[in-house]
Design a binder for this molecule. Structure first.
Ligand code: ZN
Length: 144
């Protein structure tokens, strides 16, 4: 059976803890408790290579240019989406402060990501809905 992270197994406790996060210190405690990625099984290099066969080139969809992302962990997709949403919507604003607030510009390495479809775009204008799965896109800034 596939590995399930503790935050999904103890979901009600996790949800309560998440709702209590107010400060960066709260968040770091929460993150240590629930998102210890060292516990998560990592995909093998062979598996990542196999999955990226179909992910080589950027593509156009819904009027935007998209690139692919790799998920490094063998965890359920919903768990990956939840983790990704929390680190970007709760963790990052506490860590980066006002730097996280709009306006967000592509030259600042901002992207709109769908962790479920494993795609991202730097074409920031337009819809915030993923054209592949219909989920809300997630703002992320990456350091390059
Ligand atoms: Zn999607």
């Amino acid at each position: 059976m596939a590995y399930v992270p503790r935050f999904l197994i103890n979901y009600s406790e996790y949800t309560l803890d998440k709702a209590r996060v107010r400060t960066l210190e709260d968040y770091l405690t929460f993150e240590r408790k629930w998102f210890d990625t060292r516990e998560w099984p990592r995909k093998t290099n062979d598996k990542i290579r196999e999955e990226s066969k179909d992910k080589r080139s950027p593509f156009n969809l819904g009027g935007r240019r998209w690139g692919h992302m790799d998920v490094l962990y063998e965890i359920p997709k919903d768990a990956w989406v939840e983790y990704y949403s929390v680190i970007t919507s709760i963790g990052a604003p506490l860590q980066y402060g006002q730097g996280w607030d709009p306006p967000r510009r592509p030259q600042g390495t901002w992207s709109l990501d769908c962790p479920a479809s494993e795609i991202f775009t730097r074409d920031l204008g337009g819809s915030d809905i993923c054209p592949q799965c219909g989920r809300k896109l997630i703002w992320t800034v990456t350091s390059e």
